[in-house]
Design a protein around this ligand. Structure first.
Ligand SMILES: Cc1cc2nc3c(=O)[nH]c(=O)nc-3n(C[C@H](O)[C@H](O)[C@H](O)COP(=O)(O)OP(=O)(O)OC[C@H]3O[C@@H](n4cnc5c(N)ncnc54)[C@H](O)[C@@H]3O)c2cc1C
Length: 549
């Protein structure tokens, strides 16, 4: 008699990728952390990596995105309430990330920067969190970045800092002065312009105490933050304001949420359209200096976009390598098939470069207060690294998805969500062209410092294949004041030089060389696996990518 079909008998499927140590299983991360001054954090990062790589965290991430936030505009009796309700899993992540200090660990309570390696240590944690759940990191990122802008208002920041640096997540809707811990958001984008914030139409009128804001924001994420930094037109021009959810008298401030965006990804996070009618706000910085004030914040949110995208790339790569090591096709594991090995190794070298570039950039932020050359490097390379890594992530995640075949495409696994999440990091906080124009501006206005950074990168990349030629090409492209149309080519090449130079310092020379040969000398093909990596490089990259399970 024929054996009955047993639906419980499943074979040749890869075991779920969970209960992993996100730090211990990631050699490039360990090396980048050590190379950038944070070796002493290894034990704490390992504990963090085990916690965030647990099956429970992956499940909470699924729930937080499966049940997105809902807007409650009115209560049962017709009174406005303007509240957003989240699934408990979202609050779980907020509490975890706040307890770990991701919203504030780079600041001291007097709003000065924490000592090195605070930035690198936080980035390593952020990189691991991004592998699991990104939506909740929007308010976490904005909270830590807001301090840079608020620092110009000593009296206000003094009151805020103990609450901003608290490790206690307090989601209760009540005035910030009454809370132990608070979060801050940001509202710049209006219907008629996001990049061009000078076109903002929201008005700010001086009032007895503070200002009254009337207008709208077309995107304002994390609307349950306790206050927002917003731009509005004051009598002397575009100005930055601190806009709390409650007025000083304890009444609810006049922020009226119109709806939540129905987004491609980033679904655990709420992004609102909001109107203000005589909303109470305090000025931050001088009237008419709004862009300069809020840019202090934006520099840090851009850095976080790059860290987040590098983290998502790492998770996609790890899932692809893991799957291919377990899945057999035509009696051979996928990870032993030559074309698949070329694809995986090409992805691995891209992740190596992105991670190394991001961590070295964080080191510059760590050192900026003491070393002007590092401050200049951070200024120039933040848009470069943001541009490159955020653009690289969607393509890499797509390729990883394909490595998993059909399983990669369905929502039961994590890759579909990662793929939908990835593009937002390139779009917000300065989209691709805007980042390239920013680099051109830096070369135009701070030419000497920018050239010194470029020369330093060339020195660090040393004898790597293609490094000297790349530095010359970049220099020529960026020297042309009419070169806007070539800016993407220049910035991409500069980013690859940044990646190569960072790898020299943090990875074995063969990895840095493989990156340089495939990215600086050879121009990578349109898809992964077409870079012509040597067999030895492929082997080394795949061994480093993930320990055998
Ligand atoms: C999920 C999500 C959440 C968001 N949350 C917030 C938030 O909390 N707060 C907030 O203020 N905003 C938020 N935004 C808005 C976001 O920052 C903007 O969408 C972004 O800055 C782009 O602005 P825009 O949409 O007006 O596009 P535009 O400014 O119209 O830009 C459109 C395109 O033109 C390009 N471009 C612009 N200028 C030039 C130029 N000179 N030359 C060549 N190309 C150019 C840009 O790179 C872009 O590709 C959010 C967006 C999303 C998707």
């Amino acid at each position: 008699m024929a054996a009955r079909f047993d639906p419980q008998e499943v074979f040749n499927q890869s075991p779920p990728y969970r209960d992993v140590d996100l730090f211990g299983s990631d050699r490039p991360l360990q090396e980048a952390v050590a190379a950038n001054g944070a070796a002493g954090e290894a034990a704490a990062l390992s504990a963090f990596g085990r916690r965030w790589g647990s099956a429970e965290m992956f499940e909470q991430a699924r729930l937080a995105n499966e049940y997105p936030p809902k807007l409650r505009t009115f209560d049962a009796t017709g009174h406005r309430c303007d509240l957003v309700e989240f699934h408990p899993a979202y609050h779980h992540f907020m509490a975890e990330s706040t307890a770990a200090g991701l919203h504030a660990s780079t600041w001291q309570v007097d709003a000065t920067r924490a000592a090195p390696p605070a930035e690198v240590a936080r980035a390593a944690r952020y990189f691991m969190v991004a592998q699991v759940e990104n939506g909740h990191m929007c308010p976490i990122t904005m909270t830590r970045a807001s301090v840079a802008a608020l620092a110009c208002e000593p009296a206000l920041i003094k009151m805020l800092m103990p609450k901003l640096t608290s490790r206690h997540y307090d989601p209760v809707f009540r005035p910030w002065r009454e809370k132990v811990g608070i979060t801050l958001g940001m509202g710049m984008t209006e219907k008629q312009g996001g990049t061009d914030v000078r076109a903002n139409t929201t008005r700010a009128e001086p009032a007895a105490e503070g200002y009254r804001l009337t207008g709208h924001k077309w995107f304002m994420s994390a609307p349950m933050c306790d206050a927002f930094l917003v731009l509005a037109q004051a009598p002397a021009g575009l100005t930055c304001f601190f806009l709390p959810r409650f007025r000083p008298d304890g009444s609810v401030n006049a922020l009226y949420f119109q709806r939540l965006k129905d987004k491609l990804g980033n679904r655990s996070n709420a992004s609102s359209e909001v109107e203000f009618t005589d909303a109470f706000a305090l000025r931050v910085g001088e009237e008419g200096r709004g862009v300069g004030t809020i840019l202090q914040m934006v520099q840090l949110t851009r850095l976080d976009c790059a860290i987040s995208s590098a983290g998502m790339m790492r998770m996609a790569l790890a899932q692809a390598v893991h799957h291919c090591r377990h899945r057999s096709v035509f009696q051979k594991h996928l990870s032993d098939q030559p074309i698949m090995r070329a694809v995986l190794a090409d992805m691995a070298v891209e992740v190596e470069g992105a991670l190394a570039a991001v961590m070295r950039l964080c080191r510059s932020f760590d050192l900026a207060a003491e070393e002007p050359s590092e401050a200049a490097r951070a200024r120039l390379l933040t848009p470069v690294v943001k541009y490159w890594v955020c653009k690289a992530a969607p393509a890499l995640i797509y390729e990883a998805m394909e490595c998993l075949g059909g399983n990669g495409y369905v929502e039961d696994g994590a890759l579909a969500r990662l793929y939908r999440e990835a593009p937002v990091n390139a779009i917000w906080e300065g989209s691709g062209n805007v980042m390239c124009l920013d680099v051109l501006r830096a070369f135009g206005r701070e030419t000497e410092a920018a050239r010194a950074t470029l020369a330093q990168l060339a020195r660090e990349a040393g004898d790597l294949p293609g490094a000297g030629e790349a530095a010359n090409v970049i220099s020529k492209l960026l020297a042309d004041p009419a070169g806007e149309a070539d800016a993407r080519a220049a910035v991409e090449r500069l980013a690859q030089l940044v990646g190569a130079a960072a790898l020299v310092a943090s990875a074995p020379l063969e990895i840095a060389s493989a990156f340089a040969r495939s990215r600086l000398v050879g121009r990578r093909g349109a898809s992964f696996g077409a870079s012509g990596l040597a067999a030895g490089d492929v082997r080394a990259l795949l061994e480093r990518a993930l320990p055998p399970s």
